[in-house]
Design a protein around this ligand. Structure first.
Ligand code: B12
Ligand code: SF4
Length: 503
């Protein structure tokens, strides 16, 4: 029997009164936490505060919810509340990246146990529909805009369907997020201006989920929403801020001009491909509009690595990464370089090689992740076909899919040696002399030395927590992550890493 929205005996505090005797229906939207993701450990590293981001997905779902619903967003990254002590909701909506799936199921079980229907949406629900259906009453696949109103209507009738297909939204239908719903205390607000990415890199879920068609929100909507963000600093979550084609870039310039003209006065960060550096006018406008830092996916220092990942864009002939980074930085925009470790072309020593390349390119900060097969990606298809997904007891193992832990069999590395490579890469790049050098360079070039310092200190704190996480991981799961083929390096998982972590 499907649970209906009739209020139960444990309904304590009544919801908001809408009009004569009609009460609002109570909806909780929940962002589950994963203790293996370092951003949630604010108490262990105070700089982590700068890495806890608002769950924009739920703020957008809330923005699509009509006023007869009383909506609360619970972000477990800020602390897990005592749900039993909270007023019983009429409906619960949960979001989850793959790494949050386990906790999402725990939360769902809690509410279903109290007779509250649970709907789950987001990337994991879309990519692992059958699994998710076992844990919740109803699943929304794809983007919420095309399905959410129907879900709410059906829920009110006590007639939820098992599955709703949101598909890809008409970009003009994207409503502004409810920026008012989360308590203050986040270092950054969040906003989205485009969806989709045409580049379809093998490891990335974005094209599979949001499509290859690059969709840009109407500029007046974005400007209005930007003005409603309460925080001074904002994360523009777009995967590809400017797109790839001349018309995409022309629109990006128009957006920046509109933000300047509206005098929005925010400082913001975003993500882009390296072609961002190719247009001086674009850089000037972005900086004037408030862009302070940009994440750029370099992914691999080797052309063979870029080819392996399908990152064709970075392979353009004659691209000088150092010059590109400098051009961006000259506009007072910091560059965070992202790399992936554990590719088939990576050989022992790759950790130092990445740190060296990042230093050569001159990036301000470095973000290195393990090559991880995420469901729905081409990499997932390849690795499952080759039987290289090492941690594959699902759903339990999803919690390790944070990209900060190795979950696959790597061609040239044992578990020990891939962790060693990661540790040496981060230790090299974030050594105190190198941080001091970068802060000094930034001071000298009159570019945001404080941003560089805070981001580096936060990263150093996370390296320490990461080492502890590696040691715990080796104890719990190391024996399952054996090498795919005979790798060079030590065969005895755990020993060498443990020694090196204790250094
Ligand atoms: C911002 C961001 C972050 C922020 C998180 C902010 C936050 N708290 O949400 C930070 C930097 C912390 C982060 C971290 C990680 N991220 Co991230 N992140 C993103 C990014 C760029 C944007 C997310 C976003 O806000 N999108 C805008 C919203 C509106 O879109 P949406 O989330 O898809 O929501 C829509 C639908 O999915 C649906 N929906 C979503 N939830 C729900 C719930 C209900 C009930 C309903 C009905 C509908 C619904 O409706 C929404 C509106 O249409 C995405 C890429 C992307 N395009 O989504 C990657 C992405 C989500 N991240 C990814 C990954 C892998 C991670 C990490 C695991 C690894 C890492 N180190 O980056 C960590 C793990 C964090 C964790 N807690 O477990 C992957 C996830 C793939 C997967 N299968 O899980 C993505 C897709 C990027 C990629 N390259 O593949 N991330
Ligand atoms: S990694 Fe970046 S460029 Fe590649 S598909 Fe994902 S969003 Fe697009």
């Amino acid at each position: 029997m499907r649970p209906s929205l009739a209020r139960g005996a444990d309904e304590d505090k009544p919801s908001r009164l809408l009009r004569d005797g009609v009460r609002a229906v109570r909806l909780y939207l929940i962002n589950p936490s994963n203790p293996l993701v370092t951003i949630v450990r604010v108490k262990q590293n105070r700089w982590t505060r700068y890495r806890v981001w608002k769950p924009l997905s739920l703020m957008m779902v809330a923005g699509l919810t009509p006023p007869e619903w009383e909506v609360s967003i619970v972000d477990e990254n800020r602390g897990v509340p005592d749900y039993a002590a909270m007023p019983r909701p009429d409906l619960v909506g949960i979001t989850a990246f793959t790494s949050q799936a386990n906790r999402a199921y725990e939360v769902a079980a809690h509410f279903r146990g109290r007779g509250v229907p649970v709907v789950m949406g987001g990337i994991h629900a879309t990519m692992c529909l059958d699994e998710v259906l076992e844990h919740v009453d109803s699943v929304v696949t794809g983007e919420a805009e095309g399905a959410w109103r129907e879900v709410l209507e059906d829920a009110r009738q006590g007639n939820l369907k098992r599955r709703y297909e949101g598909g890809l939204a008409e970009i003009a239908d994207v409503r502004p997020a409810r920026h008012d719903l989360l308590a203050a205390g986040y270092a950054f607000g969040a906003i989205q201006t485009t969806r989709g990415c045409p580049l379809n890199c093998s490891f990335c879920s974005v094209t599979a989920f949001n499509g290859a068609h690059y969709r840009q929100r109407p500029i007046p909507d974005v400007v209005r929403e930007f003005q409603s963000v309460p925080e001074k600093r904002v994360l523009v979550v777009d995967d590809n801020l400017i797109g790839t084609r001349p018309d995409h870039i022309a629109r990006a310039k128009d957006l920046f001009r509109a933000l300047i003209q509206a005098n929005v006065r925010k400082e913001w960060i975003s993500q882009a491909t390296i072609n961002f550096a190719d247009d001086e006018e674009l850089l000037t406008l972005a900086a004037k509009a408030g862009l302070r830092a940009v994440f750029i996916g370099f992914e691999s220092p080797e052309p063979e690595g870029l080819a392996e990942l399908g990152k064709k864009f970075n392979l353009l002939k004659g691209r000088d990464f150092r010059a590109s980074v400098r051009r961006i930085q000259r506009h007072n925009i910091s560059v965070v370089g992202s790399f992936i470790i554990g590719l088939d072309v990576d050989e022992p020593g790759v950790g130092r090689r990445i740190a060296e390349a990042a230093g050569q390119y001159g990036v301000d900060n470095l973000n290195v992740l393990f090559l991880t097969p995420l469901p729905g990606t081409r990499l997932w298809d390849q690795m499952t076909a080759d039987d290289r997904v090492a941690l594959n007891v699902f759903p339990e193992d999803w919690k390790y899919y944070t990209l900060n832990l190795p979950v696959a069999h790597f061609r040239h590395f044992s578990l020990d040696s891939i962790i060693q490579e990661m540790v040496s890469c981060n230790r090299d790049f974030y050594s105190l002399p190198r941080i001091a050098r970068r802060v000094w360079d930034n001071l000298w070039q009159r570019r945001q030395p404080m941003f560089s310092l805070v981001a580096s200190l936060s990263a150093r704190g996370n390296i320490r927590m990461g080492c502890q996480a590696f040691a715990d991981f080796m104890r719990e799961r190391g024996s399952r992550t054996i090498a795919w083929k005979e790798p060079p390096g030590p065969a005895l998982a755990g020993t060498r890493v443990q020694e090196s972590l204790e250094e």
